[in-house]
Write a protein that binds this ligand. Structure first.
Ligand code: APR
Length: 182
């Protein structure tokens, strides 16, 4: 059961994560931490070439783990690079690996005492993870972490598009219903 004070620390926002002025944005990265397409490409373009250099110093990053770098030209002070799983149908540990990618990013935010952290919908683009299933894992993993920890104080789910935003809102509403029914 996730109480109201924890739910108040989670929010869905729609739009481009590279525009957010938060302590850290999360990148949906690959294991090499190389600039790619999707949100990763957008973050590298906005941060400038220094980001790829910083990534090389902390690479590789196995699936389910995360690394932190400065944000360079971004409005966000840091980028936390989290590697989600490629979707192979759901029987290859994808759920647990996705939860682990979120937890690893949250642990870095706690370590660095970051107030506000924004996540994109990790693995739901190029990596093919079904959006509603990923949204439930994202919201529950973050809620469990915030219930135990003071940092980060606030987590934003930065959704690129209506379908993703709807899935995250539904997952948050499900938590609220469970709490009300309990
Ligand atoms: N802001 C927020 N979200 C974004 C943005 C943006 N500017 N651009 C794309 N997204 C969304 C996508 O719509 C999707 O919901 O981010 C989510 C994750 O999609 P991908 O970026 O494709 O990430 P993922 O599925 O985890 O695949 C990772 O793609 O770009 C490569 O280097 C990356 O190899 C890695 C792989």
């Amino acid at each position: 059961m996730v109480d109201r004070s924890v739910r108040a620390r989670m929010r869905v926002v729609e739009g481009d994560i590279t525009r957010l002025a938060v302590d850290a944005i999360v990148n949906a990265a690959n294991e090499r931490l190389a600039p790619g397409g999707g949100v990763c490409g957008a973050i590298h373009r906005a941060a400038g070439p220094e980001l790829a250099r910083a990534c090389r110093e902390v690479a590789p990053c196995p699936t389910g783990e995360a690394r932190i770098t400065p944000g360079f030209r971004l409005r966000a002070r840091h980028v936390i690079h989290a590697v989600g799983p490629v979707w192979h149908g759901g029987d290859e540990g994808e759920d647990e690996l996705l939860a682990s990618a979120y937890r690893s990013a949250l642990m870095l935010a706690r370590e660095h005492q970051l107030e506000t952290l924004a996540f994109p919908a990790i693995s739901t683009g190029v990596y093919g993870f079904p959006i509603p299933r990923a949204a439930r894992i994202a919201v529950r993993t973050v809620a469990d972490f915030l219930a135990r920890e003071e940092y980060p104080r606030e987590v934003l789910f930065c959704c690129f598009g209506e379908e993703t935003a709807r899935a995250h809102r539904a997952a948050l509403a499900e938590l609220a219903r469970e709490a009300d029914g309990a």
